[in-house]
Design a protein around this ligand. Structure first.
Ligand SMILES: Cc1cc2nc3c(=O)[nH]c(=O)nc-3n(C[C@H](O)[C@H](O)[C@H](O)COP(=O)(O)OP(=O)(O)OC[C@H]3O[C@@H](n4cnc5c(N)ncnc54)[C@H](O)[C@@H]3O)c2cc1C
Length: 438
Protein backbone atom coordinates (compact mmCIF):
# COMPACT_ATOMS: atom_id res chain seq x y z
CA UNK A 1 0.00 0.00 0.00
CA UNK A 2 1.35 3.44 -0.95
CA UNK A 3 0.95 6.04 1.80
CA UNK A 4 2.93 8.85 0.19
CA UNK A 5 5.01 9.23 3.32
CA UNK A 6 7.69 11.92 3.05
CA UNK A 7 10.82 11.12 1.01
CA UNK A 8 12.80 10.88 4.28
CA UNK A 9 10.27 8.49 5.80
CA UNK A 10 10.13 6.36 2.66
CA UNK A 11 13.90 6.14 2.36
CA UNK A 12 14.34 5.27 6.06
CA UNK A 13 11.61 2.63 5.85
CA UNK A 14 13.12 1.02 2.75
CA UNK A 15 16.47 0.63 4.48
CA UNK A 16 14.77 -0.58 7.67
CA UNK A 17 12.83 -3.19 5.67
CA UNK A 18 16.05 -4.43 4.13
CA UNK A 19 17.72 -4.62 7.55
CA UNK A 20 14.78 -6.51 9.05
CA UNK A 21 14.64 -8.94 6.12
CA UNK A 22 18.37 -9.52 5.81
CA UNK A 23 19.47 -9.50 9.43
CA UNK A 24 16.73 -9.29 12.05
CA UNK A 25 14.32 -11.97 10.82
CA UNK A 26 17.09 -14.55 10.24
CA UNK A 27 18.31 -13.88 13.80
CA UNK A 28 14.75 -14.21 15.08
CA UNK A 29 14.37 -17.55 13.27
CA UNK A 30 17.51 -18.84 14.98
CA UNK A 31 16.00 -18.11 18.39
CA UNK A 32 12.27 -18.86 18.02
CA UNK A 33 11.12 -21.11 20.83
CA UNK A 34 14.32 -20.57 22.81
CA UNK A 35 13.19 -17.90 25.27
CA UNK A 36 14.93 -14.55 25.65
CA UNK A 37 17.86 -13.87 23.33
CA UNK A 38 21.05 -12.81 25.06
CA UNK A 39 22.12 -9.20 25.41
CA UNK A 40 25.02 -10.02 23.09
CA UNK A 41 22.53 -10.80 20.29
CA UNK A 42 20.76 -7.47 20.76
CA UNK A 43 24.12 -5.68 20.92
CA UNK A 44 25.17 -7.25 17.60
CA UNK A 45 21.89 -6.27 15.96
CA UNK A 46 22.31 -2.72 17.26
CA UNK A 47 25.82 -2.55 15.91
CA UNK A 48 24.53 -3.49 12.49
CA UNK A 49 21.66 -0.95 12.79
CA UNK A 50 24.23 1.74 13.61
CA UNK A 51 26.34 0.70 10.63
CA UNK A 52 23.26 1.04 8.41
CA UNK A 53 22.34 4.40 9.98
CA UNK A 54 19.06 3.10 11.36
CA UNK A 55 19.78 3.49 15.05
CA UNK A 56 17.51 5.53 17.33
CA UNK A 57 16.18 7.71 14.51
CA UNK A 58 13.61 9.46 16.72
CA UNK A 59 16.03 11.15 19.12
CA UNK A 60 17.92 14.35 18.40
CA UNK A 61 21.45 14.06 17.02
CA UNK A 62 22.87 16.04 19.95
CA UNK A 63 21.87 13.12 22.19
CA UNK A 64 23.05 10.35 19.89
CA UNK A 65 20.01 9.80 17.68
CA UNK A 66 19.20 10.83 14.12
CA UNK A 67 16.79 13.71 14.78
CA UNK A 68 13.72 12.66 12.78
CA UNK A 69 10.18 13.64 13.74
CA UNK A 70 7.38 11.18 14.48
CA UNK A 71 5.88 11.31 11.00
CA UNK A 72 9.24 10.56 9.39
CA UNK A 73 10.03 7.58 11.60
CA UNK A 74 6.51 6.13 11.41
CA UNK A 75 7.04 3.60 8.59
CA UNK A 76 10.40 2.61 10.08
CA UNK A 77 8.60 1.77 13.33
CA UNK A 78 6.19 -0.37 11.32
CA UNK A 79 9.10 -2.21 9.73
CA UNK A 80 10.69 -2.69 13.17
CA UNK A 81 7.47 -4.32 14.41
CA UNK A 82 7.69 -7.06 11.77
CA UNK A 83 10.03 -8.96 14.06
CA UNK A 84 9.95 -9.24 17.83
CA UNK A 85 13.62 -8.18 17.73
CA UNK A 86 13.28 -5.32 15.26
CA UNK A 87 12.43 -2.56 17.72
CA UNK A 88 15.24 -3.44 20.11
CA UNK A 89 17.66 -3.65 17.17
CA UNK A 90 16.87 -0.13 15.96
CA UNK A 91 16.48 1.26 19.50
CA UNK A 92 12.84 2.09 18.95
CA UNK A 93 11.76 -0.35 21.64
CA UNK A 94 9.28 0.26 24.45
CA UNK A 95 9.55 1.31 27.19
CA UNK A 96 12.92 3.00 26.57
CA UNK A 97 11.63 4.69 23.46
CA UNK A 98 8.84 6.47 25.38
CA UNK A 99 11.14 7.24 28.30
CA UNK A 100 13.82 8.69 26.03
CA UNK A 101 11.16 10.82 24.38
CA UNK A 102 10.02 12.13 27.78
CA UNK A 103 13.56 12.88 28.90
CA UNK A 104 14.21 14.70 25.65
CA UNK A 105 11.03 16.75 26.07
CA UNK A 106 11.24 17.79 29.70
CA UNK A 107 14.57 16.62 31.11
CA UNK A 108 17.17 19.07 32.38
CA UNK A 109 20.57 19.19 30.72
CA UNK A 110 21.99 17.20 33.64
CA UNK A 111 19.23 14.56 33.37
CA UNK A 112 19.81 14.26 29.64
CA UNK A 113 23.50 13.77 30.16
CA UNK A 114 23.06 11.31 33.00
CA UNK A 115 20.13 9.26 31.68
CA UNK A 116 19.07 10.11 28.14
CA UNK A 117 22.42 9.77 26.42
CA UNK A 118 23.34 6.42 28.02
CA UNK A 119 19.83 5.20 27.15
CA UNK A 120 20.25 6.20 23.53
CA UNK A 121 23.66 4.52 23.49
CA UNK A 122 22.05 1.34 24.84
CA UNK A 123 24.34 1.40 27.89
CA UNK A 124 21.47 1.49 30.37
CA UNK A 125 17.79 0.55 30.46
CA UNK A 126 14.72 2.17 31.99
CA UNK A 127 11.18 1.47 33.14
CA UNK A 128 8.02 3.55 33.43
CA UNK A 129 6.33 2.87 36.76
CA UNK A 130 2.81 4.22 36.80
CA UNK A 131 0.45 1.27 37.26
CA UNK A 132 -0.18 0.04 40.81
CA UNK A 133 -1.83 -3.04 42.29
CA UNK A 134 -5.44 -2.55 43.34
CA UNK A 135 -6.70 -0.16 44.69
CA UNK A 136 -3.99 2.09 43.30
CA UNK A 137 -3.75 3.69 39.89
CA UNK A 138 -4.62 1.55 36.87
CA UNK A 139 -7.27 2.28 34.26
CA UNK A 140 -8.22 5.18 36.51
CA UNK A 141 -4.88 6.91 37.10
CA UNK A 142 -6.55 9.34 39.52
CA UNK A 143 -6.34 6.49 42.02
CA UNK A 144 -2.55 6.86 42.12
CA UNK A 145 -1.48 5.95 45.66
CA UNK A 146 2.34 6.13 45.58
CA UNK A 147 3.49 9.32 47.28
CA UNK A 148 6.58 11.51 47.14
CA UNK A 149 7.01 13.94 50.00
CA UNK A 150 9.58 16.64 50.14
CA UNK A 151 11.78 16.20 53.14
CA UNK A 152 11.11 19.63 54.60
CA UNK A 153 12.30 18.75 58.11
CA UNK A 154 15.82 17.81 57.16
CA UNK A 155 16.01 20.64 54.69
CA UNK A 156 14.87 23.30 57.14
CA UNK A 157 17.74 22.46 59.50
CA UNK A 158 20.35 22.88 56.75
CA UNK A 159 18.81 25.44 54.41
CA UNK A 160 18.61 29.19 54.71
CA UNK A 161 15.33 30.63 55.98
CA UNK A 162 12.65 31.28 53.38
CA UNK A 163 12.67 34.98 52.45
CA UNK A 164 9.68 36.81 53.91
CA UNK A 165 8.38 37.89 50.52
CA UNK A 166 8.20 34.29 49.42
CA UNK A 167 6.46 33.23 52.63
CA UNK A 168 3.75 35.80 51.81
CA UNK A 169 3.48 34.65 48.22
CA UNK A 170 3.12 31.04 49.31
CA UNK A 171 0.34 31.74 51.81
CA UNK A 172 -2.96 30.23 50.86
CA UNK A 173 -1.41 27.91 48.30
CA UNK A 174 -2.17 24.25 49.01
CA UNK A 175 1.45 23.32 48.27
CA UNK A 176 3.01 26.09 50.30
CA UNK A 177 3.71 24.24 53.53
CA UNK A 178 5.76 21.51 51.93
CA UNK A 179 8.00 23.16 49.40
CA UNK A 180 8.88 26.82 49.11
CA UNK A 181 10.59 26.96 45.71
CA UNK A 182 13.47 29.16 46.92
CA UNK A 183 14.94 26.38 49.03
CA UNK A 184 14.79 23.56 46.51
CA UNK A 185 18.54 23.04 46.31
CA UNK A 186 19.57 20.13 48.44
CA UNK A 187 15.97 19.02 48.97
CA UNK A 188 15.07 15.39 48.71
CA UNK A 189 11.85 13.61 47.94
CA UNK A 190 10.89 10.51 49.86
CA UNK A 191 8.93 8.01 47.79
CA UNK A 192 6.65 5.35 49.26
CA UNK A 193 4.49 3.08 47.19
CA UNK A 194 3.94 -0.04 45.19
CA UNK A 195 4.01 -0.53 41.42
CA UNK A 196 3.59 -3.41 39.05
CA UNK A 197 3.71 -4.08 35.33
CA UNK A 198 6.84 -1.96 35.05
CA UNK A 199 8.05 -3.29 31.72
CA UNK A 200 11.76 -4.10 31.71
CA UNK A 201 11.85 -3.11 35.40
CA UNK A 202 14.04 -6.00 36.54
CA UNK A 203 16.75 -4.98 34.03
CA UNK A 204 16.33 -1.25 34.45
CA UNK A 205 18.95 1.11 35.81
CA UNK A 206 16.45 3.91 36.27
CA UNK A 207 12.68 4.11 36.68
CA UNK A 208 10.37 6.97 35.85
CA UNK A 209 8.11 6.77 38.89
CA UNK A 210 4.79 8.56 39.00
CA UNK A 211 3.82 9.69 42.52
CA UNK A 212 1.42 12.04 44.27
CA UNK A 213 3.24 15.19 45.38
CA UNK A 214 0.21 17.21 46.43
CA UNK A 215 -2.64 15.17 47.89
CA UNK A 216 -4.77 18.29 48.46
CA UNK A 217 -5.53 19.02 44.83
CA UNK A 218 -7.07 17.06 41.97
CA UNK A 219 -4.70 14.18 41.17
CA UNK A 220 -4.15 15.52 37.66
CA UNK A 221 -2.62 18.62 39.23
CA UNK A 222 -0.85 16.96 42.13
CA UNK A 223 1.39 14.21 40.75
CA UNK A 224 4.98 14.27 39.58
CA UNK A 225 7.45 11.98 37.85
CA UNK A 226 10.80 11.10 39.42
CA UNK A 227 13.92 9.50 38.05
CA UNK A 228 14.65 6.76 40.55
CA UNK A 229 17.83 4.68 40.20
CA UNK A 230 16.91 1.05 40.80
CA UNK A 231 19.86 0.64 43.18
CA UNK A 232 18.60 3.40 45.50
CA UNK A 233 18.00 2.33 49.10
CA UNK A 234 14.40 1.27 49.62
CA UNK A 235 13.72 0.15 46.03
CA UNK A 236 12.66 -3.49 46.25
CA UNK A 237 12.27 -5.54 43.10
CA UNK A 238 9.55 -7.91 44.29
CA UNK A 239 9.46 -10.14 41.20
CA UNK A 240 9.11 -10.43 37.49
CA UNK A 241 5.42 -11.11 36.94
CA UNK A 242 4.73 -14.46 35.26
CA UNK A 243 2.59 -13.55 32.28
CA UNK A 244 1.03 -14.48 28.99
CA UNK A 245 3.26 -13.46 26.14
CA UNK A 246 6.59 -14.10 24.54
CA UNK A 247 9.75 -12.73 25.98
CA UNK A 248 12.09 -13.09 23.05
CA UNK A 249 13.52 -9.64 23.75
CA UNK A 250 13.79 -10.47 27.46
CA UNK A 251 12.01 -7.38 28.80
CA UNK A 252 9.78 -8.90 31.46
CA UNK A 253 7.34 -6.91 33.61
CA UNK A 254 8.27 -6.19 37.21
CA UNK A 255 6.63 -5.50 40.54
CA UNK A 256 8.35 -2.98 42.82
CA UNK A 257 7.93 -1.64 46.32
CA UNK A 258 9.28 1.74 47.30
CA UNK A 259 9.92 2.14 50.98
CA UNK A 260 11.23 5.55 52.01
CA UNK A 261 13.24 5.90 48.80
CA UNK A 262 15.13 9.19 48.82
CA UNK A 263 15.91 10.97 45.59
CA UNK A 264 17.41 14.45 45.27
CA UNK A 265 15.12 17.23 44.02
CA UNK A 266 17.17 17.31 40.80
CA UNK A 267 15.61 13.92 39.97
CA UNK A 268 12.20 15.50 39.56
CA UNK A 269 11.41 15.14 35.85
CA UNK A 270 9.76 18.31 34.58
CA UNK A 271 7.83 20.57 36.90
CA UNK A 272 6.50 19.49 40.25
CA UNK A 273 2.84 18.47 40.02
CA UNK A 274 3.00 18.32 36.21
CA UNK A 275 3.27 14.52 36.19
CA UNK A 276 0.02 13.82 34.40
CA UNK A 277 0.60 16.48 31.77
CA UNK A 278 4.03 14.97 31.13
CA UNK A 279 2.64 11.43 31.13
CA UNK A 280 0.15 12.58 28.52
CA UNK A 281 2.98 13.96 26.39
CA UNK A 282 4.71 10.59 26.76
CA UNK A 283 1.67 8.43 26.22
CA UNK A 284 0.28 10.12 23.10
CA UNK A 285 3.27 9.29 20.89
CA UNK A 286 4.01 6.06 22.80
CA UNK A 287 0.52 4.76 22.07
CA UNK A 288 1.00 5.54 18.40
CA UNK A 289 4.43 3.94 18.22
CA UNK A 290 2.85 0.81 19.75
CA UNK A 291 0.26 0.95 16.95
CA UNK A 292 3.04 1.23 14.38
CA UNK A 293 4.99 -1.74 15.75
CA UNK A 294 1.87 -3.90 16.11
CA UNK A 295 0.63 -3.08 12.63
CA UNK A 296 4.05 -4.18 11.37
CA UNK A 297 3.59 -7.39 13.33
CA UNK A 298 0.12 -7.92 11.85
CA UNK A 299 1.47 -7.32 8.35
CA UNK A 300 4.21 -9.90 8.86
CA UNK A 301 1.65 -12.36 10.27
CA UNK A 302 -0.42 -12.01 7.11
CA UNK A 303 2.72 -12.41 4.98
CA UNK A 304 3.57 -15.65 6.78
CA UNK A 305 -0.01 -16.88 6.43
CA UNK A 306 -0.21 -16.05 2.73
CA UNK A 307 3.09 -17.85 2.10
CA UNK A 308 1.77 -20.93 3.91
CA UNK A 309 -1.58 -20.76 2.12
CA UNK A 310 0.07 -20.44 -1.28
CA UNK A 311 2.12 -23.56 -0.63
CA UNK A 312 -0.21 -25.82 1.34
CA UNK A 313 -2.70 -27.97 -0.55
CA UNK A 314 -5.98 -29.40 0.71
CA UNK A 315 -9.08 -30.70 -1.07
CA UNK A 316 -7.57 -30.36 -4.52
CA UNK A 317 -6.11 -26.85 -4.43
CA UNK A 318 -3.88 -24.62 -2.40
CA UNK A 319 -5.42 -22.92 0.61
CA UNK A 320 -4.86 -19.60 -1.13
CA UNK A 321 -7.47 -20.64 -3.67
CA UNK A 322 -10.21 -21.21 -1.11
CA UNK A 323 -12.59 -18.32 -1.53
CA UNK A 324 -13.62 -18.04 2.12
CA UNK A 325 -9.98 -17.75 3.20
CA UNK A 326 -9.23 -15.25 0.44
CA UNK A 327 -12.10 -13.07 1.67
CA UNK A 328 -10.91 -13.34 5.26
CA UNK A 329 -7.46 -12.16 4.16
CA UNK A 330 -9.04 -9.38 2.10
CA UNK A 331 -10.96 -8.16 5.16
CA UNK A 332 -7.84 -8.28 7.33
CA UNK A 333 -5.83 -6.33 4.74
CA UNK A 334 -8.61 -3.74 4.47
CA UNK A 335 -8.83 -3.21 8.20
CA UNK A 336 -5.06 -3.08 8.54
CA UNK A 337 -4.90 -0.40 5.86
CA UNK A 338 -7.57 1.59 7.73
CA UNK A 339 -5.59 1.28 10.99
CA UNK A 340 -2.34 2.38 9.36
CA UNK A 341 -4.10 5.36 7.79
CA UNK A 342 -5.58 6.39 11.14
CA UNK A 343 -2.16 6.18 12.78
CA UNK A 344 -0.70 8.42 10.09
CA UNK A 345 -3.45 10.98 10.66
CA UNK A 346 -2.93 10.97 14.45
CA UNK A 347 0.87 11.24 14.05
CA UNK A 348 0.43 14.21 11.78
CA UNK A 349 -1.79 15.89 14.37
CA UNK A 350 0.83 15.28 17.07
CA UNK A 351 3.60 16.63 14.85
CA UNK A 352 1.51 19.78 14.36
CA UNK A 353 1.50 20.30 18.11
CA UNK A 354 -2.02 19.07 18.85
CA UNK A 355 -2.55 16.68 21.78
CA UNK A 356 -4.67 14.63 19.37
CA UNK A 357 -6.28 12.77 22.24
CA UNK A 358 -9.23 11.47 20.25
CA UNK A 359 -7.28 10.53 17.09
CA UNK A 360 -4.71 8.76 19.29
CA UNK A 361 -7.41 6.93 21.27
CA UNK A 362 -9.22 5.93 18.08
CA UNK A 363 -5.97 4.67 16.54
CA UNK A 364 -5.01 2.71 19.65
CA UNK A 365 -8.48 1.18 20.03
CA UNK A 366 -8.79 0.24 16.39
CA UNK A 367 -5.21 -0.85 15.72
CA UNK A 368 -5.20 -3.17 18.73
CA UNK A 369 -8.36 -4.86 17.52
CA UNK A 370 -7.22 -5.09 13.91
CA UNK A 371 -3.78 -6.46 14.80
CA UNK A 372 -5.26 -9.06 17.15
CA UNK A 373 -7.76 -10.22 14.52
CA UNK A 374 -5.18 -10.37 11.73
CA UNK A 375 -2.77 -12.39 13.85
CA UNK A 376 -5.55 -14.73 14.98
CA UNK A 377 -6.53 -15.25 11.35
CA UNK A 378 -2.92 -15.94 10.39
CA UNK A 379 -2.68 -18.62 13.10
CA UNK A 380 -5.90 -20.18 11.86
CA UNK A 381 -4.77 -20.24 8.24
CA UNK A 382 -1.52 -21.99 9.16
CA UNK A 383 -3.24 -24.76 11.14
CA UNK A 384 -0.92 -26.62 13.52
CA UNK A 385 2.08 -24.73 12.17
CA UNK A 386 0.44 -21.54 13.40
CA UNK A 387 0.49 -22.84 16.95
CA UNK A 388 4.06 -24.13 16.74
CA UNK A 389 7.03 -21.97 17.56
CA UNK A 390 8.65 -22.87 14.25
CA UNK A 391 6.85 -19.79 12.95
CA UNK A 392 6.71 -16.44 14.76
CA UNK A 393 2.89 -16.49 14.84
CA UNK A 394 2.53 -18.10 18.27
CA UNK A 395 4.73 -15.39 19.78
CA UNK A 396 2.83 -12.69 17.90
CA UNK A 397 -0.48 -14.14 19.08
CA UNK A 398 0.61 -14.00 22.70
CA UNK A 399 2.21 -10.58 22.35
CA UNK A 400 -0.76 -8.88 20.76
CA UNK A 401 -3.24 -9.83 23.50
CA UNK A 402 -1.74 -7.32 25.90
CA UNK A 403 -2.08 -4.54 23.34
CA UNK A 404 -5.80 -4.11 24.14
CA UNK A 405 -4.79 -3.48 27.77
CA UNK A 406 -1.43 -1.66 27.78
CA UNK A 407 -1.35 2.10 27.37
CA UNK A 408 -5.00 2.23 28.36
CA UNK A 409 -7.50 -0.59 28.00
CA UNK A 410 -10.01 -0.41 25.14
CA UNK A 411 -12.72 0.91 27.42
CA UNK A 412 -10.54 3.79 28.63
CA UNK A 413 -10.07 4.93 25.05
CA UNK A 414 -13.77 4.43 24.33
CA UNK A 415 -14.46 6.81 27.26
CA UNK A 416 -12.25 9.47 25.67
CA UNK A 417 -13.87 9.03 22.26
CA UNK A 418 -17.40 8.96 23.70
CA UNK A 419 -16.78 12.10 25.77
CA UNK A 420 -16.03 14.06 22.63
CA UNK A 421 -18.76 12.29 20.64
CA UNK A 422 -21.40 13.37 23.15
CA UNK A 423 -20.01 16.87 23.60
CA UNK A 424 -22.84 19.24 22.69
CA UNK A 425 -25.22 16.39 21.79
CA UNK A 426 -28.01 18.05 23.79
CA UNK A 427 -27.77 21.15 21.60
CA UNK A 428 -29.50 19.31 18.78
CA UNK A 429 -32.91 18.81 20.35
CA UNK A 430 -34.42 20.18 17.11
CA UNK A 431 -33.52 16.87 15.47
CA UNK A 432 -36.31 15.34 17.59
CA UNK A 433 -38.90 17.95 16.61
CA UNK A 434 -41.13 15.57 14.65
CA UNK A 435 -41.27 13.02 17.43
CA UNK A 436 -44.33 12.88 19.68
CA UNK A 437 -43.74 13.49 23.40
CA UNK A 438 -45.73 11.58 26.01
C1 LIG B 1 2.28 -6.46 29.07
C2 LIG B 1 1.98 -5.24 29.88
C3 LIG B 1 2.93 -4.22 29.98
C4 LIG B 1 2.69 -3.10 30.77
N1 LIG B 1 3.66 -2.14 30.92
C5 LIG B 1 3.47 -1.12 31.78
C6 LIG B 1 4.53 -0.20 32.08
O1 LIG B 1 5.64 -0.31 31.56
N2 LIG B 1 4.29 0.78 32.99
C7 LIG B 1 3.09 0.92 33.61
O2 LIG B 1 2.96 1.83 34.42
N3 LIG B 1 2.06 0.07 33.34
C8 LIG B 1 2.23 -0.94 32.46
N4 LIG B 1 1.22 -1.84 32.21
C9 LIG B 1 -0.04 -1.69 32.92
C10 LIG B 1 -1.19 -1.25 32.02
O3 LIG B 1 -1.02 0.07 31.61
C11 LIG B 1 -2.46 -1.49 32.84
O4 LIG B 1 -2.61 -2.90 32.99
C12 LIG B 1 -3.69 -0.88 32.19
O5 LIG B 1 -3.65 0.51 32.23
C13 LIG B 1 -4.98 -1.35 32.92
O6 LIG B 1 -4.88 -1.11 34.29
P1 LIG B 1 -5.17 -2.30 35.30
O7 LIG B 1 -4.34 -3.46 34.93
O8 LIG B 1 -5.03 -1.77 36.68
O9 LIG B 1 -6.67 -2.72 35.01
P2 LIG B 1 -7.96 -2.28 35.82
O10 LIG B 1 -7.93 -0.81 36.06
O11 LIG B 1 -8.11 -3.17 36.98
O12 LIG B 1 -9.10 -2.56 34.73
C14 LIG B 1 -9.46 -3.90 34.39
C15 LIG B 1 -10.33 -3.88 33.15
O13 LIG B 1 -11.52 -3.16 33.41
C16 LIG B 1 -12.02 -2.62 32.21
N5 LIG B 1 -12.33 -1.19 32.45
C17 LIG B 1 -11.56 -0.24 33.02
N6 LIG B 1 -12.20 0.94 33.07
C18 LIG B 1 -13.42 0.75 32.52
C19 LIG B 1 -14.55 1.58 32.28
N7 LIG B 1 -14.55 2.87 32.61
N8 LIG B 1 -15.64 1.04 31.71
C20 LIG B 1 -15.66 -0.28 31.36
N9 LIG B 1 -14.62 -1.11 31.55
C21 LIG B 1 -13.52 -0.61 32.12
C22 LIG B 1 -10.93 -2.78 31.15
O14 LIG B 1 -11.30 -3.84 30.28
C23 LIG B 1 -9.72 -3.17 31.95
O15 LIG B 1 -8.84 -4.02 31.20
C24 LIG B 1 1.44 -2.97 31.42
C25 LIG B 1 0.48 -3.99 31.30
C26 LIG B 1 0.74 -5.11 30.55
C27 LIG B 1 -0.31 -6.19 30.48
Amino acid sequence: MEYHDSPTATELAARAREFVDEVVIPTERDHLGDGPVGEDVIAELREEARRRELYCPQIDETHGGMGHDLRDVLPLFEEAGRSLLGAAAMRVDAPDEGNMHTLELVGTERQKEEWLEPLVAGEIRSGFAMTEPRQGGGSDPKMLATTAEKDAVERSSTSPAVPEAQQDAAEGSPTSTASPEATRDGDEYVIDGHKWWTTQGSHADVLLVMAVTDPDVHPYEGASIFLVPTDADGVELVRDIPHLGPDLDGHGHAEFRFDGVRVPAENLLGDENAGFAIAQQRLGPARLTHCMRFSGMARRALTVAKAYMSDREAFGSTLSEKQSLRYDIADAETRLHAARTMVRHAAEELDRGSQARVPVSMSKLFAADVAAEAIDLAVQCCGGAGISRDLPLADFYEAVRAFRIVDGADEVHQRVIAREAFDGADEHADELENLPTF
